[in-house]
Design a protein around this ligand. Structure first.
Ligand SMILES: Nc1nc2c(c(=O)[nH]1)N(C=O)[C@@H](CNc1ccc(C(=O)N[C@@H](CCC(=O)O)C(=O)O)cc1)CN2
Ligand SMILES: Nc1ncnc2c1ncn2[C@@H]1O[C@H](COP(=O)(O)OP(=O)(O)OP(=O)(O)O)[C@@H](O)[C@H]1O
Length: 233
């Protein structure tokens, strides 16, 4: 899968050569506006498609513990996969926001009705808070994003919540961003603006499919590596 078929409709900041924080804000505004325009029916269909796609990712299929998120109405929907994971006996950790957006996690209980603590905030599970370090127990981490590029750069909501969480994810654990198909950017043509604290994700899932990301995952670069490798005789 690629974002190529929709690339010409993608918003891209005109100020991308200037201050990355400003470029990020400009892009966030444009992407949030596009998300707000989706109908309830489109959102419901997307939530099922995201679940179908993510269940084909080996790390998700095999995970005993998944760090996931509870989507707000305009975000890529998570409730379908959340119920399926819980039904299969996976342990699912969801973000809990402390004061000043402090990072914490709690376990999702199957069938649980989650509540928004304040308007506009993501819904949260009611179980006991497990501490910020609980994310290190996850076998796979599925994160929200507004956009991702093919090198793994991620644009989030701007709170830095996930940037800080990603520092606690052990090496070797796959992080997967969920975005709509037109929110996957080509890293060569339209790299997302980044700052020093931004950490990359290893994969992206859309409603159409999923792929691994990063400098070494494009077909051309894999071919180059194979060419450069010593051949066995
Ligand atoms: N679903 C979801 N959960 C997530 C994130 C996310 O991007 N999506 N986060 C990613 O970092 C973290 C926190 N994200 C937050 C997102 C918004 C607000 C918030 O206060 N929003 C405004 C309303 C904005 C609106 O209506 O659009 C508010 O309550 O005033 C707080 C935390 C952890 N959980
Ligand atoms: N590891 C970190 N330690 C301290 N502050 C951080 C860290 N990462 C990010 N921040 C702060 O968070 C702010 C927002 O970061 P950024 O714009 O990259 O958020 P984002 O990745 O889009 O949002 P989110 O991670 O919440 O989805 C930054 O200005 C930065 O000051």
């Amino acid at each position: 899968m690629t974002g190529d078929s929709t690339a010409s409709f993608q918003p891209y900041p005109v100020r991308h050569l200037g201050d990355p924080a400003e470029a990020k804000e400009e892009l966030r505004r444009a992407i949030r506006a596009r998300r707000a325009a989706r109908t309830p029916r489109q959102r419901a269909d997307a939530a099922t498609a995201f679940a179908d796609v993510l269940q084909t990712v080996p790390e998700v299929r095999d995970a005993a513990t998944v760090a996931f998120y509870a989507a707000r109405s305009t975000e890529p929907g998570t409730h379908v996969l959340l119920e399926r994971l819980a039904a299969h006996g996976a342990r699912v950790l969801l973000p809990v926001l402390g004061s000043g957006l402090a990072r914490d996690w709690a376990e999702y209980a199957a069938g649980e009705e989650m509540r928004e603590r304040a308007p506009g905030r993501p819904p949260e599970p009611g179980g006991p808070a497990l501490g910020a370090g609980a994310v290190a127990e996850a076998d796979v981490v599925i994160v929200p994003a507004l956009a991702v590029d093919t090198a793994g750069r991620r644009l989030g909501q701007g709170g830095g919540w996930y940037d800080r969480v990603l520092t606690l994810v052990p090496d070797g654990v796959t992080t997967i961003a969920m975005v709509f198909p037109d929110e996957v950017y080509d890293a060569d043509e339209r790299p997302l603006p980044t700052q020093a604290h931004d950490l990359p994700v290893q994969a992206v899932a859309t409603t159409l499919g999923w792929r691994r990301l990063g400098p070494d995952t494009t077909a051309e670069r894999v071919a180059e590596r194979l060419d450069a490798a010593p051949t066995a005789r």
